[in-house]
Each structure stands twice: as C-alpha cells, then as structure tokens.
Write a protein that binds this ligand. Structure first.
Ligand SMILES: NC(=O)c1ccc[n+]([C@@H]2O[C@H](COP(=O)([O-])OP(=O)(O)OC[C@H]3O[C@@H](n4cnc5c(N)ncnc54)[C@H](O)[C@@H]3O)[C@@H](O)[C@H]2O)c1
Length: 255
C-alpha cells in the first residue's frame, strides 16, 4: 500500500513505542516522515527508515515547550513545504502510584505539561500551518484512561480526558476548514512506558497477567496495532470522521 505517497507526516514521541511504530508505518506507505522526540534515539528511527528506502529526518522537540513546538512545525515546512498528517504520540505516565491526597505536586505538573498542554501546543502549531495550506489531519494519542477513571494516577487520567475534550473542540472549530482532528484511546500496549514504567511489568509476572486479563482478548496490544489506527484516521479512508475518541482496547471497554 502507498496511501501516503507524497504526503508529509509528522510524528512526535517517535523514538519509541507507539510513535516509533507510527513513523515506521507512514514510511512503509510512502510518506515523507518527520521523526520528532526529546530523545535522540529518534535518529536511529530515521536511519532505519532510510535503510528501508524511505525518506525522513529527525527534529528534536520538547512537546511541553511552545517555542520548541513552533520550531518543529517551521522545520517541517522548511524541509518538506507542507504538513499533511500530524500524530502527537509524545507522552509520559508518571512514576508513582498514589491516590490524590498524597500525589506529589511535581508529578502532577509534569504530566499535565507534557500530556495536556503539549497536546494543545501541538494542535495550535499544526492547525496554523494546515489553515494556511487548506487541509490536514491530526491524531492525538489519548488513552482508555481518558474515557474512564484510572486509580492512583490522577494526572495521567485528567490529562488524557483533557485530550478527548481538546479533540472534540478542535474538530468542531475546524470541521468546515478541511482539517480533521481525532484521537485514539488505547488500553495496555506493549511498549517501554508500560513494561518499564511505574508498575514495572517486565519484572512482575503477576501484574503482567492482571494487565493482560484487563483486555477481553487477554493480551496487551502491540504498538503496530495502534499505528494502523493512527494511519487510518490520517488517511482519506476516514474522510467523514472527525472529533472521534477511538478505543484501541482489545475489548476492554466493552465490559
Ligand atoms: N503503552 C500503553 O499502554 C499506552 C496506553 C494508552 C496510551 N498510551 C499513550 O501512548 C503514547 C505513547 O506512549 P508509548 O507507550 O509509546 O510510550 P514510550 O515511552 O515508548 O514512548 C513515548 C515517547 O515520548 C517521548 N517523550 C516523552 N516526553 C516528551 C516530551 N516532553 N516531548 C517530546 N517527546 C517526549 C519519549 O522520549 C518516548 O520516545 C503516550 O501518549 C501514552 O500516554 C500508551
């Protein structure tokens, strides 16, 4: 398939996990890919894309810093001349498990800054460019924790609920401007965030089994299974869909 031939596709958080899988999938479908992250491991992703015959470059960006996000979009347009598809997969989950009354202030502020304010910055800068060119499609990465409560991780759940609100609001504001905005809401996806994160599933077989069983399919999803939804939401195949918060959940939310 080459659904994205001659399309310019930007992915943040593209050094790892869902973002990396999304960048690779865009490249395999012919896109010119901008790989962005705070981590220079994104450079390895670009090398891999190029070794497979694809076209890509790396641009460092801290999604929680407006000037960094502004510079990212400027760089995309400077190098490739436009921005067709933009996926914001940059995100953090927090390192502690605590109820609200004892949750640390610093972890609250950090997650809100990266996950929620970062998503707003990403929308603001991407939409500015898409308005100028008269088209575009944006996917934000929320979470199942953006559709239901998530005990002992209040900033994560609040920031991911916020992303759903941003998605719906942005969809209404730009529906008649040929710009579509959607978000995905995955449950457990096997990436470093969840395997090496606060629950350290890689070292805890019991917790791992509990996480697997949360999905009706009794397994975690793979990053590629979210990437394929991201691409579909960016593609012409979903041309009548905007403002959608799409679960990617192995049936978990059907319970
Ligand atoms: N893995 C899951 O189970 C799961 C479930 C639901 C939602 N999500 C969401 O999916 C997205 C991707 O997560 P993942 O599982 O691939 O995790 P990951 O840790 O593998 O990848 C996240 C990437 O974001 C980058 N990043 C972190 N802070 C950043 C910042 N300030 N600016 C730019 N980049 C930054 C990291 O360097 C990393 O490369 C996140 O928004 C996460 O909340 C993940």
């Amino acid at each position: 398939m080459s659904r994205f031939k001659n399309k310019v596709c930007l992915v943040t958080g593209a050094a790892s996990g869902i973002g990396r899988a999304t960048a690779m999938s865009f490249a395999k479908e012919g896109a010119k890919v901008v790989v962005s992250d705070v981590s220079s491991k994104g450079i390895d992703v670009v090398e891999t894309i190029k070794s497979l015959g694809g076209e890509a470059f790396y641009q460092h960006c801290d999604i929680s810093d407006w000037h960094s996000v502004e510079l990212l979009i400027e760089k995309v347009v400077e190098v490739y001349g436009k921005l067709d598809c933009a996926v914001n997969s940059a995100g953090i989950a927090g390192q502690v498990s605590q109820p609200i009354h004892s949750y640390p202030f610093a972890d609250w502020h950090k997650q809100i800054a990266v996950n929620l304010t970062g998503s707003w910055y990403f929308l603001k800068a991407s939409i500015n460019q898409m308005l100028e060119q008269g088209s575009g499609s944006i996917v934000l990465v929320s979470s199942a924790a953006g559709l239901s409560g998530h005990s002992e991780n209040s900033p994560y759940s609040a920031s991911k609920h916020g992303i759903v609100g941003l998605t719906r609001t942005a969809a209404l504001e730009y529906a008649d401007k040929n710009i579509r905005i959607n978000c995905v809401c995955p449950t457990a996806i096997e990436t470093p965030m969840i395997m090496e994160g606060r629950r350290n599933l890689a070292q805890d077989p019991e917790a791992l089994m509990a996480i697997n069983n949360y999905q009706a399919m009794k397994r975690m999803g793979q990053p590629e299974e979210v990437a394929s939804v991201n691409l579909w939401l960016c593609s012409h195949e979903s041309s009548f869909i905007t403002g959608c918060a799409m679960p990617v959940d192995g049936g978990a939310l059907s319970k």
